[in-house]
Design a protein around this ligand. Structure first.
Ligand SMILES: *Cc1c(COP(=O)(O)O)cnc(C)c1O
Length: 956
């Protein structure tokens, strides 16, 4: 009997799919390392003082279909009303060809940030299309790709304005009162931290003196008003202010461009270009500016350069402005941005082309004019006669409440701003909906006939603001309007990129683990991605439950007392966590504490975020083993004990080692009045084994796009929630429009209350499908895989850092300095040669120059680890040929890597064979990745900055 019962309960656990090595592989690898069990391995690897013995208090694992059903049940509690709320978020139609071939396609969503240019030409073409689109529509020549949302883009504009404004101006930033309310507050949070002042003004009444350095206007404004800002902008600029227009890409298809009005900077969100509402995100923010400011622009910029064969090749430009290099002097802390969403928005523009976009804009505008005419006919007063897609109806309180209620009764959400009710139309609006809206406002009176209204409708865009300049004239935006062509264009770009669908991406610190299909399925459910972020909260009961459960799971995993899901990247988590620390110190009468200790090995976002939080960075040394120099830490903590705000520490360290002294380190900081911020990017080495909330840190961010399975999307989206101890909970980020967060919160750090809400189901699914034992085993296998690779590679490329017990954590750094001396082979040569073998290079030269940091994650099978190790060993043998003089130092298979098909089929006078170049191992033939370009010249691209689609004639 019991035998039957066992069989009846014998299900396939998801953890067995998520974790790469089989049980017998695990045993073989343990044996190789000399350990009897996973428990014995990880008991040895982690310091005794921090280890947990109990399993995490999480619900038992569900099977994939069970978890999907459970999530469906939860999210079905969301109510999908028709929303006309506007305020920066609009419903949109995601073209099915983009939905199916990009957002549902792991070849696009599992890509990494395009640091290795030669395997990232597809997504960089899509991103340069994004930049071209933004640049054309805003009328400003330089655009980035991309920022986290509209609010943070405006905050970046404020920071940049401060740096660029004329000398002698004061520290006030003017924001027009009809900017989006959440934008005003996100900018205010940022300003406060930097010691700047925000003044919310009626721009028509401002006298530009010398007190302000910049001005932010919204065009069209939050209440829909379209105003000619030319004079205002000229006046402000006359006084040396930098002027930013927050704007809307669809409106710009029919409105004069910000650049044409004289703006210095344009920012906004590209959401309504085919990216679902998603209860607030993720969406790509944009930022465009003038030629003279381009080198100060925050965020990632794709540029055009040349490859080794003279062909055009895309690459990341101007990286020297970024945190990885400039650290506390960087232009911003932007690391993970919203690449996948920028790609979606760009594809929407490629698919529709300028004519299609104009049609959507004109149609939306025409429907709005019909509606506006109807409302007036019904006796309502509009706040402005000039608008694009949003009407503000002036009403008294009682009238407004009544109409909102009447609308709700018909499952319609209207917007509310100050003394008016907002109606914002979008791409999905139609005549029937306009009729329905009019019937709500008619309150029982006859509804006017739409055709009559259309005939009577006057102009709603002043003649001076009608767009006359062309946009999106490049062939890219005029060639793919049939679905076949579009599908093939997307597929063509996809084939130029290497993603997890092809081979492991062993990026140290980035945890490129499996993004399981079941985890990703829910993000395109309408009950997940169809909600406007500002709907009444009782329409988002499903989300509420999802947040509560996920916050609880993350609190259990990390040992913290409260979680904020608002930060939409790890770096935003850092910024949020440091603001929370600031506010805590203020609450203790210790607001002067502003010194932030950061080890020299820290990720570049740490110092950049500390500066954004208004802190002063003091660097702590590391010793020869890569550990924090305890003596230096103590000296500096004591020296600054009166002003010490925080220590930022990564654990296990960025050198891939569990430092024994972590508890002692936290004690030193606490004894000197500081708080401990833990950078949780390496949490994949800890879940189920130890909990940062229990061994010292006060606050920690988690990268859900690393440890908790949200895909990297080629450089975003991401979610960087923070966990805090009880004493910090009251200060967690809150929001001006939705009640959430701490009751003494630091203000919003992102535009949407729960940041990138619609991708949180991915992490929820992961935790529910793994269960407490699955999560623990994943961590153990991540550590096993890293140690197995460290052992296999050590004789070819020595492992740089290990703990005293001889083990690494979940990643390892291998030394490539030696081969530079013996064979003049650089880290770059090896990174590019890996492409010929079909691999993405590990993290290159960070945190230690001339090394590679390898993080296999638990998801990679032993067979894949072996294949990668054999590749590295094979490359070592190729280097040996150079060392032994069998291959010339300046003309060998490494120096010329990667090899394109064009090079291999052209004239050949190299001292190695074509076979050796393209198929160095038999198995490469079976699954060959052909790089589309040869090695891209980085310096050339920075000297000759081109950041929009290159002329067709420049393609060779
Ligand atoms: C990835 C990472 C970050 C930044 O996270 P983003 O989500 O890219 O902003 C910070 N610190 C470390 C150690 C990281 O690996």
């Amino acid at each position: 009997m019991s035998h039957v019962w066992e069989k009846a309960n014998d299900v396939q656990q998801f953890s067995g799919r998520h974790i790469g090595p089989s049980d017998s592989d695990v045993q073989a690898m343990l044996q190789e390392l000399g350990y009897a069990s996973l428990d014995e391995l990880t008991r040895t690897a982690l310091p005794k003082a921090i280890q947990d013995t109990a399993l995490l208090d999480l619900p038992a694992a569900l099977q994939e279909h069970e978890a999907l059903a459970e999530l469906k049940r939860i999210m079905s509690q969301n109510k999908l009303n028709r929303s006309y709320i506007g305020l920066g978020y609009y419903d949109t139609v995601t073209p099915s060809v983009v939905l199916r071939n990009i957002i549902e396609n792991p070849a696009w969503y599992t890509q990494y940030t395009p640091y290795q240019a030669e395997i990232a030409q597809g997504r960089m073409e899509a991103l340069i299309n994004f930049q071209t689109m933004v640049s054309d529509l805003t009328g400003l020549p330089f655009s980035n790709a991309s920022l986290l949302d509209e609010g943070t883009a405006a905050a970046e504009a404020m920071s940049m304005s401060r740096d660029l404004a004329a000398e002698g101006l004061g520290d006030v930033y003017y924001i027009a009162q009809n900017c989006l309310p959440q934008t005003i507050e996100v900018v205010r949070t940022r300003a406060l931290a930097l010691g700047l002042k925000v003044s919310v003004v009626d721009p028509q009444k401002v006298n530009f003196g010398s007190e302000a350095f910049g001005l932010l206007l919204q065009y069209p404004a939050a209440d829909g008003r379209v105003e000619d800002y030319r004079n205002l902008i000229a006046q402000a600029k006359n006084k040396g202010l930098i002027v930013t227009l927050a704007t809307d890409l669809l409106a710009l298809c029919v409105l004069a461009a910000p650049g044409e009005l004289g703006a210095d900077i344009a920012v906004g969100s590209s959401q309504r270009f085919g990216v679902p509402l998603g209860y607030g995100g993720p969406h790509a923010g944009f930022f465009a500016t003038k030629d003279e400011f381009k080198r100060r622009m925050p965020g990632r910029i794709i540029g055009v350069s040349k490859d080794a064969n003279g062909q055009n090749g895309f690459r990341l430009s101007l990286q020297t402005r970024e945190q990885h290099i400039r650290r506390d002097k960087a232009t911003s802390n932007i690391c993970t941005a919203q690449v996948l969403l920028a790609i979606m928005a760009s594809m929407y523009a490629v698919y529709h082309g300028p004519k299609g976009l104009k049609r959507i804009a004109e149609r939306t505008h025409a429907l709005t004019r019909v509606l506006g005419t109807g409302l007036k006919k019904l006796g309502y007063a509009l706040k402005s006669e000039n608008y694009f897609d949003t009407l503000a109806v002036k009403l008294d309180q009682a009238q407004a409440d009544g109409l909102m209620r009447a609308a709700l009764a018909k499952n319609v959400n209207l917007g509310r701003l100050d003394d008016s009710v907002l109606i914002a139309l979008d791409e999905k609006a139609d005549a029937q909906q306009v009729s329905e809206l009019l019937s709500i406002f008619a309150e029982g009176k006859p509804v006017p006939v739409l055709k009559d209204l259309a005939a009577a409708a006057g102009e709603a865009i002043p003649a001076a603001l009608v767009r006359t300049s062309a946009y999106l004239q490049h062939p890219i935006f005029n060639s793919y309007q049939s679905e076949s062509e579009m599908m093939r264009y997307i597929r063509k770009l996809e084939s130029r990129d290497l993603s997890l669908t092809r081979s492991m991406i062993p990026l140290g610190s980035c945890t490129m683990k499996l993004n399981a299909a079941s985890e990703l399925l829910p993000i395109t459910w309408p009950e997940v991605n169809g909600l406007h972020p500002f709907v009444p909260v009782d329409q988002a009961k499903g989300y509420k439950q999802l947040f509560e459960q996920l916050e609880n799971y993350l609190a259990v995993c990390t040992g913290f007392d409260a979680i904020s899901l608002q930060p939409n990247s790890g770096a935003q988590g850092e910024y949020a966590g440091l603001l929370v620390i600031n506010k805590f110190h203020e609450s203790q009468g210790q607001g002067h504490r502003k010194v932030c200790l950061i080890p020299s090995s820290a990720h570049g976002t740490n110092p950049a975020s500390a500066v954004m939080a208004g802190m002063q960075v003091i660097v702590v040394k590391c010793d020869n083993d890569g550990n924090i120099d305890l003596a230096d830490l103590k000296t500096k903590a004591v020296e600054h004990k009166n002003d010490l705000a925080a220590l930022m520490i990564t654990y296990p360290s960025t050198h891939g080692v569990f430092e024994e002294e972590i508890v002692q380190i936290c004690n030193i900081i606490h004894e000197n009045g500081g708080q401990v911020y833990m950078d949780g990017a390496n949490l994949n080495a800890q879940i189920g084994l130890c909990r940062p909330g229990k061994y010292g840190p006060d606050v920690c961010h988690l990268n859900l796009h690393k440890t908790f399975c949200i895909p990297h999307g080629g450089g975003g989206p991401g979610v960087g929630p923070i966990g805090v101890k009880k004493h910090l909970a009251p200060f967690l980020p809150n929001h001006p429009l939705v009640k959430m967060g701490g009751d003494k919160g630091v203000g919003p750090i992102a535009a949407a209350p729960w940041g990138s809400a619609s991708i949180l189901p991915i992490s929820w699914m992961y935790i529910r499908m793994m269960g407490p034992d699955g999560l623990k085993k994943a961590t153990q296998v991540a550590i096993l895989n890293a140690n197995y690779m460290a052992k296999r590679l050590d004789s070819s490329f020595p492992v740089v850092y290990r703990a005293k017990n001889g083990l690494v954590a979940h990643e390892c750094i291998v030394d490539l300095k030696e081969v530079k001396k013996t064979a003049d082979v650089s880290v770059d040569d090896i990174a590019k040669r890996l492409i010929d073998y079909g691999y993405h290079a590990p993290t290159v030269s960070w945190p230690v120059p001339n090394t590679m940091m390898i993080e296999p994650t638990e998801s990679e099978s032993k067979a894949e680890l072996d294949r990668f190790c054999e590749t590295m060993i094979s490359i070592r043998n190729e280097i040996r040929e150079v060392e032994q003089g069998k291959a010339p130092k300046d003309n060998n298979v490494l120096k010329h890597a990667p090899h394109t098909a064009a090079v291999l089929t052209g004239g050949w006078d190299r001292p190695y064979s074509r076979e050796q170049a393209a198929f160095p191992k038999a198995w490469v033939k079976e699954n060959k990745f052909w790089p589309y370009v040869g090695r891209v010249d980085n310096a050339y691209g920075d000297r000759n900055l081109v950041c929009t689609c290159p002329d067709i004639s420049s393609y060779s």
